[in-house]
Design a protein around this ligand. Structure first.
Ligand SMILES: [Zn+2]
Length: 218
């Protein structure tokens, strides 16, 4: 018998993905307290932009702290795909508040390393992108970028070392990128090295402009 069958026969109360408190079945994955705590981590519109050349702009929805950081962790390391939803809601709002919502032709995602994709079963950036596209109506170009080669672990590297190792790490699909204004999506903006490398690949393939939208940044 499927181990899922008892849950289907005897549905339990939905519970908040962060604190476990019982919640209604209205599609939300957070209780009202956790949703409010997440909202408090929204980056004010005036601070939501940072610049990493050659990216036109980088917009982030939440500070990478508390509930926002924990949702990213659930999404990346605990196979909790639903954790993308409240993060993507914030991303769509941040995009709307930036005044740039109408400035893109489509959405590309930072590709996941194939080994990570096998391990996780999904690309967290693609899940965020799907939800953002659902909110904004922008088309999703999920295969616009691919990983060109295996990169070593980046955990201990400096930004310069990472940039050097990432040069040429991504390839863009020219037919999708050429002449287009691309909104690139990732979960967390850290040093910006990965996003810069992706943006460069898209620009090399003829993209007119590339901006970044992430769920979180420090
Ligand atoms: Zn909660």
């Amino acid at each position: 018998m499927s181990r899922f069958l008892p849950a289907l026969l005897f549905p339990q109360e939905a519970s908040c993905h962060l604190c476990g408190r019982a919640i209604g079945r209205d599609g939300s994955i957070l209780c009202s307290a956790c949703a409010a705590a997440l909202r408090a981590l929204r980056i004010p519109a005036r601070d939501a932009f940072v610049l990493h050349q050659p990216l036109g702009a980088c917009i982030s929805a939440y500070y990478h702290e508390g509930e926002a950081r924990r949702l990213c962790h659930l999404l990346k390391f605990r196979q909790d795909a639903a954790a993308a939803r409240p993060l993507a809601e914030g991303m769509a709002e941040a995009l709307a508040l930036s005044g740039l919502a109408g400035a893109f032709d489509g959405v590309a995602v930072v590709p996941l390393h194939p080994a990570r994709l096998r391990e996780r079963g999904y690309n967290q950036a693609a899940l965020l992108a799907r939800d953002v596209c659902g909110h904004t109506g922008l088309p999703l170009w999920e295969d616009a970028l691919i990983r060109a080669r295996h990169g070593a672990s980046q955990v201990t590297r400096s930004r310069e070392e990472r940039l050097a190792s990432l040069t040429g790490a991504f390839e863009a699909h020219g037919a999708q990128a050429a002449g287009k204004r691309v909104l690139l999506i990732d979960d967390v903006l850290a040093t910006g090295a990965t996003a810069v490398s992706c943006a460069q690949a898209l620009l090399d393939a003829g993209a007119e402009r590339v901006c970044l939208l992430t769920a979180c940044r420090p």
